[in-house]
Design a protein. Structure first.
Length: 409
C-alpha cells in the first residue's frame, strides 16, 4: 500500500509486460516464476478492498492491472470484460479469473479466482456467525458512508480511461449513449448487451452484403436465529444445499436482483429453509462487504448448516465460474479473428461500458449525500488523476472519514 510500487517501474527486459520488446511472442505461462504469487497477492488485496459491486471491482482491476502494472492493455481488458458477459455467473469474479489466466495460465486462473473470493467469504462467514449467535452484525454503515464516495471516484476514473479504447468512432458513441439510456429506463441488462453486440455486428455484415450485390446500500433489520437451521446437517441436506447453489451458479445471468429471485425460488419457496427476511439480510450482507456479491451464498450456507454449509455453498456457487472461464479462454482470442466477431465484441464492450456508467450513476445518487461525501469523491478523483497512489489508500481514508463522521454525529 505504499505510494512507491515496484509495478510502477518501467518494464525490465524480458518480463512479458507491455513495452517489453520480447513480450510479443511470449505467453503468460512463460512469464516469471513469481507470476502466480503476484496474481495471488494482487487479487487477495482486491478481494479485501473491493467494495461497491461489480462496476467498482472492474474499475479497481483496471487500475491495478492496466494503469499500475501494465499486465494487459486497455483493449485486452475491455475484450475480457465484454466476453465475461457472454457466460453465466458473477462477471467481476469471472473477469478476475480470466485476468489471472492471462497472467499465469491455469495456475493463475485458480489463484486469481480463489484469492478474490476468499476475503469476502471469510468476512461474510464471520458476520453470519454474529447474526445467528447474537442477532446482529458489527456496524458497517459508518464505514460505508466514507468508502462508497471514494469508490464512485475510482469507477469514474476507470470509465474515462476506457472511453478512448471502447468508443472507437461516433457510431460506438451513439451505441453507448443508447445503451445507457435503455438501462436507465429499466431495460434488462442482458437485452442491452445483446442489442449492443448485434447492432454493432450488423454494420460490417451489411457492408459485406452490399459489396457482394454491387453490450443501496441497505440498513439491516436483523433477526437472531440462535443456531443454524441444521446444526447437525445430514449428508442429504448438505447435498441438496450444494446442488441448489451449483445450479444457481451455472445458470444465473444479470444483477444481484436476479440472484435474489433464484435464491428465493429455491430456499424460501421450494425448500422452505429460510424466510424472506433472512434472504433479504443475506443479500444486504453480500452488498455491503467487499468482493463478490455472490458471497450472499456463503451467508445463507452458514444460516442453513453452519460453517460446513458456508463452505459448501461458497464452493458450489463459484465453481461454475471457473469452469466457464476455462472454456471461454479457448474462445476469447478468436473473437478478434474476423471482422464480424470483432465488431460484435466492440458492440458488446460499448454496451458493457454504458452499463458500468449506469450502475455508477445509480450508486452515486445514493452515496453522494452531503458536502462531505461530495468532497471525498472529488478529492479522490483528483488524486487518481494526479498521482499513482494505490486504491487501498483511498478505501482506507474513506473508511476512516466515515468512522470519524459517525462518532462526531
Amino acid at each position: 500500500m505504499s505510494e512507491h510500487d515496484p509495478a510502477d517501474e518501467p518494464p525490465a527486459p524480458g518480463d512479458g509486460r507491455p513495452g517489453d520488446p520480447d513480450s510479443a511472442d511470449r505467453t503468460p505461462a512463460e512469464g516469471s516464476a513469481g507470476s502466480v504469487r503476484e496474481v495471488a497477492l494482487l487479487f487477495l488485496k482486491l478481494g479485501t478492498i473491493a467494495f461497491g459491486g461489480p462496476a467498482a471491482h472492474t474499475a479497481m482491476m483496471r487500475d491495478e492491472l492496466v494503469r499500475r502494472r501494465g499486465w494487459v492493455s486497455d483493449q485486452r481488458f475491455v475484450d475480457l470484460m465484454g466476453a465475461t458477459n457472454l457466460i453465466p455467473g458473477p462477471n467481476s469474479t469471472e473477469l478476475a479469473i480470466h485476468l489471472g489466466y492471462d497472467r499465469a495460465r491455469w495456475r493463475g486462473l485458480l489463484a486469481a479466482g480463489i484469492c478474490f473470493i476468499l476475503p469476502a467469504a471469510l468476512i461474510v462467514t464471520a458476520l453470519a456467525w454474529a447474526y445467528v449467535t447474537y442477532g446482529n452484525t458489527p456496524a458497517v454503515e459508518g464505514i460505508l458512508y466514507g468508502i462508497v464516495p471514494a469508490v464512485i471516484a475510482i469507477i469514474a476514473h476507470a470509465l474515462f480511461g476506457l472511453l478512448r479504447t471502447v468508443i472507437k468512432n461516433i457510431w460506438f458513441a451513439a451505441l453507448a449513449v443508447a445503451a445507457l439510456a435503455a438501462y436507465l429506463l429499466g431495460v434488462n441488462e442482458l437485452l442491452v448487451l445483446a442489442a449492443g453486440a448485434l447492432l454493432a455486428a450488423t454494420v460490417p455484415l451489411a457492408r459485406r452484403l452490399r459489396h457482394h450485390q454491387a453490450y443501496g446500500l441497505l440498513t439491516l433489520p436483523l433477526l437472531g436465529l440462535g443456531s443454524p437451521l441444521f446444526p447437525d446437517p445430514t449428508g442429504g441436506q448438505l447435498t441438496q444445499l450444494f446442488l441448489s447453489m451449483l445450479k444457481i451458479g451455472s445458470v444465473l445471468y444479470g444483477s444481484g436482483y436476479v440472484l435474489l429471485a433464484f435464491l428465493r425460488g429455491d430456499f424460501v419457496d421450494r425448500l422452505g429453509w429460510i424466510t424472506n427476511q433472512q434472504l433479504n439480510d443475506a443479500v444486504s450482507i453480500g452488498q455491503v462487504t467487499p468482493g463478490p456479491v455472490f458471497t450472499t451464498a456463503t451467508f445463507l450456507g452458514y444460516v442453513i448448516a453452519g460453517p460446513i454449509g458456508a463452505f459448501l455453498a461458497t464452493v458450489a456457487i463459484f465453481l461454475p465460474s471457473f469452469v466457464f472461464v476455462g472454456l471461454l479462454t479457448k474462445l476469447t482470442d478468436k473473437l478478434r479473428s474476423s471482422a464480424w466477431t470483432s465488431a460484435l465484441l466492440d458492440g458488446l464492450n460499448a454496451a458493457a461500458l454504458a452499463l458500468m456508467a449506469g450502475v455508477s450513476y445509480q450508486l452515486g445518487r445514493t452515496a453522494i449525500l452531503d458536502p462531505l461525501t461530495a468532497a471525498i469523491a472529488v478529492i479522490t478523483l483528483v488524486l487518481l488523476w494526479k498521482t499513482r497512489l494505490n486504491n487501498a489508500w483511498f478505501i482506507a481514508a474513506g473508511a476512516a472519514i466515515g468512522l470519524a463522521h459517525t462518532v462526531v454525529a
